[in-house]
Design a protein around this ligand. Structure first.
Ligand SMILES: [Zn+2]
Length: 418
């Protein structure tokens, strides 16, 4: 069922609920009309049971073998319902932002440009990437020793020759063949995106930790969502090659999917941003530090198919590698493995400190305790020691509105662990 039909079904049963609210709830429940309806029934009372609702028999009695699953789900709905009653924009309920003004007002770290590229370039780029589907691979990672695969496919493009020393194996292990050079179309798009990015950066205050030169996209991570079942879990983008306070430019091609964003810490509203074909989203410096984002799977609720790509969405994320960061990345003091650059955010008193954590454990499924604080004061130098054991030497960045962290004093080392 398309989203519009699902909304009509819900609207006919809950005429007292605003259509925007219904859409938000539908997205919150991953496009399930039935789950949305159950939640609404708890809030507004039971409605006539229609035979077309999945999982229910025409008599309105649930099939016996559905029961345990439904009971578990109902419990979750009650919890969500509480937050719904308190405030639409707090806790777990998400708010959908539909246009540039709403997006940039509610999340000032973002800039949104619909129909960004010339139409023919966007279409050519989409066709070219669709034809390269085989080059996009599963990402592999370990959780508690188990090998896991991402539920979408990725590839990495580099501007010019593929560099000898690069970090994409940190995200895309065992897949060196995946790296590709920018194509002509990607390079043309890159020039237009760079102009837009530099225009925006010129209007904002540049932090000493940011790239001090013009912003140039040296690499591009491409994500391939073949159908609306493919998703990308909550995360913030790794800082290891792009450094602190990066700018990331995300171009969407093909089907419209929801991009979801929330703060890393505290009670945070969740915002849904529908990203249509040929829209550009800039994640300004500080976005990766303060927010996490995801692309949820929306069973049955793809927002809009694309005439040629159908359910497929391809997303190009342009990034600038910091020139000397990779060659100055420290090795783990315990096992000599590569380390990854991260930022603490959980406890106010330790929030904002950058640190290096051993990545060796992540690879083999075993934990390695290798740790340094990051001292990024020399990040622009070709040769520099970017680590320290002394917290007083460590680099820290706090968001301007993070008053909680500015007044907190009791430092917590436990913030190091995810
Ligand atoms: Zn280690």
């Amino acid at each position: 069922m398309e989203t519009e039909q699902q909304l009509d079904t819900l609207q006919s049963q809950f005429p007292e609920v605003d259509k925007d609210v219904l859409l938000e709830l539908l997205i919150t429940f991953d496009g399930s009309v039935e789950q949305t309806k159950l939640m609404l029934e708890e809030q507004f009372g039971p409605r006539e049971i229609k035979p077309e609702i999945k999982g229910k028999s025409p008599t309105g009695k649930r099939k016996a073998n559905d029961e345990p699953c439904v009971l578990t789900k109902k419990k979750a709905f009650s919890q969500r319902q509480t937050s719904f009653k308190v405030s639409k924009a707090s806790a777990n309920i998400s708010t959908t932002l539909y246009d540039k003004e709403q997006i940039e007002t509610m999340v000032p770290y973002l800039r949104f440009y619909p129909n960004f590229l010339p139409e023919s370039l966007a279409d050519d780029l989409l066709d070219e990437l669709l034809s390269k589907r085989a080059k996009f691979k599963d990402k592999m990672f370990h959780i508690a020793g188990n090998e896991c695969h991402s539920n979408h496919q990725s590839t990495v493009f580099y501007d010019g020759d593929i560099p000898e020393q690069r970090y994409d194996n940190g995200l895309y292990r065992n897949s060196k063949c995946m790296a590709q050079s920018f194509t002509g179309n990607i390079r043309t798009a890159k020039f237009l995106i760079e102009d837009q990015a530099n225009e925006v950066l010129a209007t904002t205050k540049r932090h000493p930790l940011q790239v001090q030169s013009e912003w140039r996209a040296s690499m591009c991570v491409g994500n391939y969502f073949h159908t609306n079942k493919n998703n990308l879990d909550w995360h913030s983008d790794r800082l290891t090659t792009i450094g602190p306070l990066p700018l990331i430019c995300s171009l969407t091609l093909g089907a419209t999917r929801i991009f979801r964003i929330r703060k890393q810490y505290g009670e945070s509203p969740i915002y849904n941003i529908p990203l249509p074909h040929n829209s550009l989203l800039l994640m300004l410096p500080g976005t990766q530090e303060e927010f996490k984002h995801c692309v949820p799977s929306l069973a049955n609720s793809l927002l809009a198919k694309h005439p040629r790509a159908n359910e497929t969405r391809i997303n190009l994320t342009l990034r600038m590698s910091r020139p000397h960061l990779l060659s100055n990345t420290p090795s783990c003091p315990v096992c000599r493995s590569a380390m990854t650059l991260r930022r603490m955010y959980k406890k106010p008193a330790s929030r904002g400190y950058y640190f290096w954590l051993c990545d060796g454990g992540y690879r083999s499924g075993k934990e390695c305790p290798g740790f340094y604080f990051a001292d990024l004061s020399q990040i622009e130098k070709p040769r520099a020691k970017l680590y320290t054991r002394d917290v007083k030497q460590a680099t820290r960045w706090l968001a301007e509105d993070d008053h909680e962290a500015r007044i907190a004093t009791e430092f917590h080392m436990e913030d190091v662990k995810d």
